[in-house]
Design a binder for this molecule. Structure first.
Ligand code: TNX
Length: 729
């Protein structure tokens, strides 16, 4: 009786407070069938979660969001929130019924029921994601019948280049799970860090998990000489596996072989080919990173390693890498050459196929399916059961599928979330500059995938390679989440939705409902930049995503942010930069074009260090994105001089050694000087992270010079960008 009364009150409140259906329509990824029904179900503090025995862990998971008691199903019909299995459904398929009497979630298997629970959470107010959901809470009645398009909806996290703690990985998993992503591919090893404890060879993680300082592994990416890193114990990994499994996420471990193994080779130099490398460009470091294919002990070592990996991770898949192998190391090796001759192999590709074939057999003997990056199958010799990850291009993914390999599609230009999201933001650019919209627009048919190829497509995966993350560690919002959301929301629909998709519909759901969920989860995601217009002396800015708008003005104290409340009358629109905020989310800056224009004054670059032959200093004078390399490491007293053809008036001049992809190749300590006549120089600042800058110089600048005050920094050479010259506005 009390329940019925409360339901009536709740229904009344629902009518008064606005339509419940509007919330339901904002489900991400969109369900196949959603039908609204009349009425609501009210979740009270006394409501119980009843579950099939197989779904105990799922019931506990739901109870983390809804503070309700949990009990096992005892055959009685009805009940409050019921979680059950239905063998007539496919594993990940589910039915969700919300009726005034109760809620039923039915899945084909655990994963299906989990997917239903995730949809149920999305029917609740966003607060449910921030913990401590206030009860009673209402859920609008509906019937949902839903199933994923692809069985493989993955994400790859590179924990090698930037170390992420077990806690950080779990948190990332928790947000992936809310998007019905069901695979986490963990990139555990690479040139810059070994992140998994191997009991039979403990030095791999204990030594190779750290770089810089006194480690034999060279410092790289942001931390210079400081000892940096970490690794997961097997116990921690088992704990992560369990945490992920509760969230219907399978962890696929990757040991990247035979290339990308410099870290391993620093710990165990004997794995390398038998020849003395040239150390001329590496400050004495042996930078070789390919395991010798001819050394038998290497295969024994890999057997030990892969055996342990297989025992930690229950996934039927084990990724053994196979990308970007530098064949020249094998070509210089007498043992590899002899092996190739004996086996009648024509080149590196065939030797790679031999190596990968042997490692793949080990994986198969462990009862697992080997996974490889697309280059690995270029030389043939693989069983068709190897799962191929097509990353280099759409063509590479299609070729793998056409050749009959089960294929995971992840071309960089749509799925590498370490790529920049717009021109002026940070990130890699090698595959593309793209945002959530471009990821969303990925369409198999448009990309030419044939029906035959589609039969071999297991699904999609996006990735975050973390070379650049370390240099952005202190950023707010967190760079990892800024780079990956809402792009992962797009990925979730590419992987989930079978029918036609429309960006307009998706963007509507994101902004009307899903952004609030991300905010409640504490995710500092990226908002799309606001629109800015200038006409008749009036500057206006707008957003269509319920965010708030702020602006800064050139000339005011740096960082002074005003809330935008309406059009701004000004004859200097170029002074204004706008950005929007929503919870912890933030957009990049936007403004009239002139606000972001840079000058490109004609300049000559000279230095006390000779230039490299491949990347001469003229690159840094060209303003076309190319950078220059010095021909050797820097010494105390070395200088680089930029002399402008005409003295330059500007509001800021920046000289940058290093660049985003080689952030270590800088003048680590030094200062910057400017000159009005090209002869007498005045010291203006110390370099910070290799960068010097002068603001509002009073006179035009004829020349600017950076000077190193340190002998080398462990990097073999210094990289140099074109000057960053900000015009007077
Ligand atoms: C290519 S993806 C790589 C990685 C880099 C990434 C940067 C792949 C198999 N290799 O080693 O981190 O590009 O986007």
């Amino acid at each position: 009786m009390i329940r019925r009364l409360l339901s009536v009150v709740a229904a009344l409140l629902a009518v008064l407070c606005g339509p419940v259906a509007a919330v339901a329509e904002n489900i991400v990824p969109a369900p196949r069938d959603y039908e609204k029904r009349n009425g609501v179900f009210t979740i009270l503090t006394t409501t119980k979660i009843t579950h099939y025995p197989e779904l105990r862990s799922l019931a506990k998971y739901l109870a983390e969001y809804l503070p309700l008691s949990v009990r096992e199903y005892n055959g009685e019909a009805g009940g409050d929130i019921v979680l059950r299995l239905n063998k007539n459904l496919a594993d990940e398929e589910y039915r969700l019924t919300v009726a005034p009497e109760g809620i039923v979630v039915e899945g084909g298997a655990y994963g299906g029921a989990f997917n239903g629970v995730e949809t149920l959470l999305q029917l609740l107010p966003a607060k449910v994601y921030s913990g401590g959901m206030p009860l009673p809470a209402m859920v609008g009645c509906c019937e949902v019948a839903d199933a994923p398009r692809f069985a493989y909806r993955g994400f790859m996290l590179d924990v090698s280049r930037t170390w992420m703690t077990a806690g950080e990985v779990k948190r990332f998993i928790s947000v992936l799970a809310h998007h019905k992503i069901n695979k986490l591919h963990l990139h555990l090893t690479d040139d810059e860090g070994w992140r998994v404890e191997i009991l039979s060879h403990p030095e791999l993680a204990e030594v190779g998990g750290f770089r810089g300082g006194d480690s034999p592994v060279a410092a790289i990416y942001g931390k210079w000489g400081e000892r940096y890193g970490g690794y997961y114990t097997q116990q921690e990994l088992r704990d992560i596996v369990g945490y992920a499994a509760q969230r219907n996420i399978e962890i696929i471990p990757e040991i990247d072989l035979p290339g990308h193994s410099r870290d391993m080779a620093r710990v165990m130099p004997e794995v390398l080919c038998d020849y003395a490398p040239s150390l001329s460009l590496s400050d004495g470091y042996d930078t070789r990173n390919v395991l010798c294919a001819a050394k038998e002990p290497n295969y024994a070592l890999l057997k030990d390693i892969l055996g342990e990996i297989a025992s930690i991770f229950p996934s039927p898949y084990l990724h053994i890498g196979g990308d970007e192998v530098d064949f020249s190391q094998w070509m210089s090796c007498p043992d590899c050459k002899a092996l190739m001759q004996a086996e009648g192999m024509a080149g590196g590709e065939e030797l790679q196929a031999y190596f990968m074939g042997r490692v793949a057999s080990m994986v198969e003997e462990l009862g697992k399916v080997p996974c490889v990056w697309n280059e690995a199958v270029a030389g043939g010799r693989f069983t068709r059961t190897s799962q191929v990850y097509g990353w280099e291009s759409i063509a590479a993914a299609r070729t793998a599928a056409a050749d009959g390999y089960p294929t995971v599609v992840m071309p960089g230009q749509s799925f590498y979330f370490d790529m920049r999201q717009s021109r002026r933001e940070d990130g890699h650019i090698w595959a593309a500059i793209f945002d959530a919209r471009q990821c969303y627009s990925f369409d198999f048919e448009e990309q030419g995938f044939t029906a035959d190829e589609m039969r071999n497509v297991r699904g999609v995966e996006a990735s975050f390679f973390s070379e650049l993350y370390l240099s952005h560690r202190d950023m707010e919002p967190n760079y990892l989440y800024y780079m990956t959301y809402p792009r992962i929301c797009s990925l979730s629909e590419v992987g989930w939705c079978g029918g036609s998709r429309s960006w307009g519909d998706f963007y509507g759901r994101l902004t009307a409902g899903h952004y609030s969920r991300l905010a409640a989860m504490g995710v500092g995601f990226r908002l799309f930049p606001p629109k800015v217009a200038y006409a008749d002396g009036v500057l206006t800015a707008s957003t269509d995503d319920r965010s708030r708008l702020y602006y800064t003005v050139v000339g005011e104290d740096e960082g002074t942010e005003h809330e935008y409340t309406g059009p701004i009358a000004t004859d200097k629109p170029q002074l204004y930069a706008f950005r929007s905020r929503f919870g912890g989310a933030v957009s990049p800056e936007a403004g009239v074009d002139a606000r972001f224009r840079m000058l490109q004054p004609k300049v000559t670059v000279t230095s006390s260090i000779p230039p490299s032959t491949k990347y001469p200093y003229t690159n840094a004078a060209a303003y076309d994105g190319r950078i220059a390399y010095s021909g050797r490491t820097c010494m105390n007293g070395d200088w680089i001089l930029f002399t402008f053809e005409e003295p330059v008036r500007c509001r800021r001049m920046e000289i940058r050694t290093g660049y985003v992809q080689l952030p270590r190749n800088i003048f680590e300590q030094g200062y910057m000087e400017v000159s009005e006549d090209g002869e007498t120089f005045r010291r203006v600042c110390d370099l910070e992270n290799g960068i010097g800058a002068v603001d509002n110089p009073r006179h035009a600048i004829k020349a600017v010079r950076v000077v190193s005050t340190k002998d080398g920094n462990g990097a073999a050479f210094v990289t140099l960008q074109s000057p960053w010259v900000y015009p007077v506005l």
